[in-house]
Write a new protein. Structure first.
Length: 207
């Protein structure tokens, strides 16, 4: 089973430089505007983002000085068993980037000029990130798609509703193109905001 082993965000919105080691069930709790939604959006941008999804005010700012770049990086564990999903022609190129079942991926954005780069893989033989020729489509077949679901709820009812309701895998959620999906669900209360990352049963959990 593929798992998100670690996730690092640098220079994105309110996140100067953080690294998150997700567990089987990860809950982000904090005040409004503390960066919870930024973490979830950064995760979606890592897998699916384009230059159109990035704006200048997405770059971390301190004392009116904005960061020059955004760096999103993750390590996926258990990748080896999913390699057969990739086009056979390019499968070996991706397999060469997998070390002990783990694949390290990165996407970077620049503020000037405003640009959001392609997803890159850590290439152990070169000791650097890059995108081996021709594997972009094959890589998309391997990686999960992210569903970001934002749902407001009342403070008094929100927690009980969250505890008692079934997992997303038991609901009529879409399975995109027959691929694994990563369910990211945000629940807010009236006085504070908490974000939870829920696993999609029998699909790829964010763990």
């Amino acid at each position: 089973m593929m798992r998100l082993f670690s996730f690092r965000v640098e220079g994105f919105r309110s996140l100067a430089n953080i690294e998150i080691p997700p567990c089987d069930y990860t809950i982000l709790i904090g005040r409004n505007n503390s960066g919870k939604s930024a973490v979830l959006l950064a995760l979606k941008l890592l897998f699916e983002g384009t230059t159109r999804d990035l704006a200048e005010d997405d770059f971390y700012a301190q004392e009116e000085q904005r960061a020059d770049q955004v760096v999103l990086e993750a390590i996926l564990d258990g990748v080896s068993e999913y390699l057969p999903l990739c086009n056979e022609k390019h499968r070996t190129k991706i397999a060469n980037c997998v070390v002990d079942g783990r694949l390290r991926i990165r996407r970077m954005g620049s503020r000037s000029p405003l640009e959001f780069g392609k997803l890159e893989l850590w290439q152990p033989d070169k000791g650097d990130f890059g995108l081996p020729t021709g594997i972009e489509s094959a890589l998309k077949q391997l990686l999960p798609e992210v569903i970001l679901n934002q749902e407001p709820c009342a403070k008094s009812a929100g927690y009980e509703r969250h505890k008692s309701r079934s997992l997303p895998g038991e609901q009529s959620l879409p399975v995109l193109n027959g691929k694994d999906v990563m369910i990211v669900e945000v629940m807010r209360t009236e006085t504070s905001s908490s974000s939870s990352i829920l696993p999609h049963r029998d699909r790829m959990p964010l763990s």
